[in-house]
Design a protein around this ligand. Structure first.
Ligand code: ADE
Ligand code: ZN
Length: 341
């Protein structure tokens, strides 16, 4: 295959050199065990682990809920503005090392406000680190506030109220947490209000939930992107619609493997998505919990599916095309990819 790679090292070098954007990253899911211990000590918080090795050993999940239980427990060490800054700064350094030039990151305010941490504290720490990353690495960023779908719509409405003073720093709203049993329809009104405020709309859909949840995200929430979207493939008419509408899917290969959305990385549907004309992107979701940042996700799926240079370039281009950057910035990044290949 003229477009293929002679060795895995060659493929890894090609991926590393590609300019990329990350569009699906929960900042709380980038909390590495080492920082978890440091913050637990700093804030005098007890954690049920004796060592970093013990923490990593606990990261064996058989489904999304298994993971979420430990993810919400982990974020309990985050208390001060400095903690949120340090968490975000560590992620930005990792992303920069992977040649990620633009990031659109999620945060879960309800995971913090329900523990008594002020919304303003969370947003101040995160945005200070994002501003530093812009100055230090030339990395651009946008922030997406997620509603926890296992909570009520009234609680999401209250969270949107709390966000109002900070809308200059928030680009969009999303929907995450336990999917099955909490369909997009449950949040139709709060997303309509967010749209009215000029916010971009994204939602996790079709990770564990059925294709009907993806349709609801499109029809009832008016999403600009679908996060995951894997189970859309079970519905041929939905696939055609997503392709026709140029809808971006933020796909997360190592997350899918760790949460048993796929049984083997070789069974990952990424190529099927590309072949169906879907605008798929590659992202890390919760890299500390799932074993790898952006390049590790590209590499795992590229090795397993023997992805070509062309396919990898398409994925990198999709990450900018599907971003919330303006057209001029998108064009600059696409030209940088062109120059690199
Ligand atoms: N919160 C953090 N990661 C998530 C995921 N993969 N799905 C749903 N909610 C999440
Ligand atoms: Zn996610």
């Amino acid at each position: 295959m003229p477009d293929g790679f002679a060795t895995r090292d060659e493929r890894a070098a090609f991926i590393a050199a590609l300019p990329k954007a990350e569009l699906h990253l929960h900042i709380e899911g980038s909390l590495e065990p080492e920082l978890m211990f440091e913050l637990a000590q700093r804030n005098n918080v007890a954690i049920p682990f004796a060592s970093v090795e013990e923490v990593r050993a606990a990261y064996a999940f058989s489904n999304l809920q298994d993971f979420l239980d430990i993810y919400y427990q982990g974020m309990g060490v985050l208390h001060t503005e400095q903690d949120f800054h340090d968490l975000t700064a560590a992620y930005c350094a990792r992303a920069n090392a992977d040649n990620v030039r633009h990031i659109e990151i999620f945060f879960d305010p309800q995971g913090h406000t329900e523990r008594g941490i002020a919304f303003a504290t969370v947003i101040a720490g995160i945005t200070r680190a994002l501003d530093d990353a812009g100055a230090r690495y030339g990395m651009s960023s946008k922030l997406i506030m997620c509603f926890l779908r296992h909570l009520s719509e009234a609680e999401a409405e209250a969270t949107l109220d709390e966000a109002l003073p900070f809308l200059d720093r928030i680009t969009g709203v999303g929907l995450d947490s336990s999917e099955v049993g909490h369909p997009p329809a449950k949040f139709e009104r709060v997303f309509a209000r967010a749209r009215g405020l000029g916010l971009k709309i994204v939602a996790h859909a079709g990770e564990e939930g059925p294709p009907a949840y993806v349709r609801e995200a499109l029809d009832l929430l008016g999403v600009d992107r679908i996060d995951h979207g894997n189970r859309s493939l079970e519905d041929a008419a939905l696939v055609r619609r997503l392709a026709d509408e140029g809808m971006t899917l933020t796909v997360c290969p190592l997350s899918n493997l760790k949460l048993c959305v796929v049984n083997d990385i070789a069974d990952h549907p990424l190529r099927t998505m590309l072949d169906a004309g879907l605008r798929a992107t590659v992202n890390s979701d919760d890299p500390s919990y799932f074993g790898g940042y952006v390049n590790a996700n590209y590499l795992a799926v590229a090795n397993a599916l023997d992805l070509s240079r062309d396919e990898l370039v398409t994925l990198a281009c999709n990450s900018f095309t599907g971003s919330f950057l303006d057209d001029a910035a998108k064009a600059r990044h696409l030209a940088a990819i062109e120059a690199c290949v």
